[in-house]
Design a protein around this ligand. Sequence first.
Ligand SMILES: [Zn+2]
Length: 408
Amino acid sequence: MTPSNEFAVDFRETRYKGYKSYSYLKGGSDYDEFELAPELGRMPLYDLGLDAEQHERTRTLVDDNIIISLHDHPQVFPQDMTQVRDYIRTGREHTGYEGLSRSGMTAVFDNLMDGTACVTSKCGWKWDDIIYDIGMRLSDISHQDYVRIAYSLEDITRAHDQGELALVLSLEASTPIENEVDRIDILYGLGVRQMGIAYSEANTLGSGLKERGDGGLTAFGRRAVERMNSLGMAIDVSHSGDRTCMDTYEQSSKPVLITHAGARALWPTPRMKPDEVLRGCAETGGVIGIEAAPHTTLSDAHPLHSLESVMDHFSYCVDLMGIDHVAFGPDTLYGDHVALHKTFAASLGVHDAQNGPSYEEVPYVAGLENPTECFFNIVGWLVKNGYSDEDIKKVTGGNIMRVLGQIW
Ligand SMILES: [Zn+2]
């Protein structure tokens, strides 16, 4: 039995047997070792104020259902974040196997390093670096038997049946493909099943949310969307400009995802989506994953970023888009996310994206600090706030499975 302790909820046992990333090599001689952030016990368990019956219902809902995060970075970062660039330059990111094994999740859209994949360049998004990152992660994953790569829906259901975790390889932007549409096939061949159009900056496909002018999807972008449709690769517009989002909906013959964002009506920053873009996503048949990275999904009702502010965006999107079109993409990691944002603020356009009302900084998002705690707290909140088992099942995985069935 998985021990119940103060660090994580006692979900059902998984196949995890203690593997640590790259333990098939000798740390220190084969590769540079860094002291990594802990995967468990990073924060005390968040107190949702559930009674015993609600706690048990929450635990059972997570255990029995397919739970999917539409956007996360389930990697482990250095404990001392001043080392993060040196760590990344080794091209050897560690997967948080132990933390994930205690999360209750069935599948995670794993966004690799992409924008922070600075192996050969300090600005990120280079094709060589993306390939280096995918290959290195796959090598590590091949040496253990708890995490499997999801190439199809069956891989996700099998992961649920066998106590495994399915990783869906994803990229936040298509920038690394430059003007080569065939590179989308190459990425698909390497296992990538979801890709964003543009990150904060414009690229050959379209515009990002940090640009002042958004020219919409380019001619090349339209070809890329067609190719992703033909291959069965999911399209994400989380970081794309508003017009680029709308053009993508129009061009795509399949549902389009917003894997991690929130509602601009609640928090007016470029990173959040206006109603028109949210409704447009639902009209394609797509879903939004509600975002929880530090200082993104704030609200006037809960201006200190926490589970409560994130759930304000959830409730708003359910009202606007319908319960069948909302899910969660918490965008968490193992390590100090606020410090990571500060290190990469310039190249990732973090400040441009968060350009809006002033807010008080928090050291972490209470209740949604790391991949291990996300889904117990999300489901617990839904239980406490009167959602039915059927609706909880939809927003924590069912909606994503339906849409992936149409896209993949
Ligand atoms: Zn992102």
